[in-house]
Design a protein around this ligand. Structure first.
Ligand SMILES: NC(=O)c1ccc[n+]([C@@H]2O[C@H](COP(=O)([O-])OP(=O)(O)OC[C@H]3O[C@@H](n4cnc5c(N)ncnc54)[C@H](OP(=O)(O)O)[C@@H]3O)[C@@H](O)[C@H]2O)c1
Length: 224
């Protein structure tokens, strides 16, 4: 399969206000991509856009979006296309969710929100943008999942389930789209350094705190 040319390509990147998404935005801009960057924290997106512009690269379009709300992804896709024209690369990187023991979290609003952010919103963006890619017989979808989909641990069950669901959907998309010249890529990060460790006692209930602070190293501690 041919590589996707990034120079001049219109890229919609979610979750660009921090962490992996911010770094990815800088790399994509370096490679000449025309970016639309999305997240809730507009101030951080504006700072990132300025950083890119200061390097003489094309200033990313900033779009504020809360992907925990149903319908926000469709609105984001429309705004990105209004700003950039047809989106050629969609990067579903935004991730959030809920910590806490599975039995305590249950189907709390925060757990349902996690599915909206990590599963339904990426798929809504796919639904909005992929038909045109398929028509053009080019384009790419990059979904960021997590190692937690195959190796979960206490207090991460609700989050891990969202990533496992997205992973399966990603594989299905890949099978469906490979004949149409649309690349589908799953990125499966392990823990990164900017993440803090999970709290020791989170079994009292769910927490709406961002999963940004909750992933912890996959290596297991040896038993004494
Ligand atoms: N770092 C790791 O250890 C690790 C491991 C495995 C998988 N991952 C996955 O990698 C991706 C990036 O994570 P990261 O480590 O870079 O975390 P991060 O620094 O917390 O970044 C998460 C990004 O998602 C955005 N986001 C969260 N909730 C959102 C919402 N409701 N609406 C719109 N945007 C939202 C955040 O922006 P705002 O808060 O400004 O909205 C932020 O830009 C996520 O999908 C995560 O699950 C990370």
């Amino acid at each position: 399969m041919a590589k996707v040319a990034l120079d001049g390509a219109a890229v919609l990147l979610t979750g660009a206000s921090s962490g992996i998404g911010r770094e990815l935005a800088l790399v994509l801009a370096d490679r000449g991509a025309r970016l639309a960057i999305a997240a809730r924290r507009r101030d951080r997106l504006d700072q990132l856009a300025q950083t890119v512009a200061d390097k003489g690269q094309q200033r990313p379009k900033v779009i504020e979006a809360d992907l925990a709300h149903r319908g926000a992804a469709q609105a984001l896709a429309a705004e990105a296309e209004a700003e950039l024209g047809p989106v050629e690369v969609l990067v579903n990187n935004a991730g959030g969710g809920v910590g806490g023991c599975q039995w305590a979290v249950g189907d709390a609003d925060a757990a349902r929100d996690a599915f909206e952010i990590n599963y339904w919103s990426p798929l809504a963006l796919v639904q909005a943008l992929v038909p045109a890619m398929r028509e053009r017989r080019s384009g790419a979808v990059v979904n960021v999942t997590s190692m937690s989909q195959v190796s979960t641990w206490p207090m991460f069950g609700a989050y891990a389930a969202t990533k496992a669901a997205l992973a399966l959907a990603t594989e299905t998309l890949r099978l469906e789209l490979e004949r149409f010249g649309v690349h589908v890529v799953e990125v499966i990060p392990g823990p990164s350094r900017h993440r803090r460790r999970a709290p020791r006692d989170s079994c009292r209930g769910s927490s709406k705190r961002s999963m940004g602070g909750w992933e912890r190293p996959l290596r297991r501690r040896s038993r004494r």
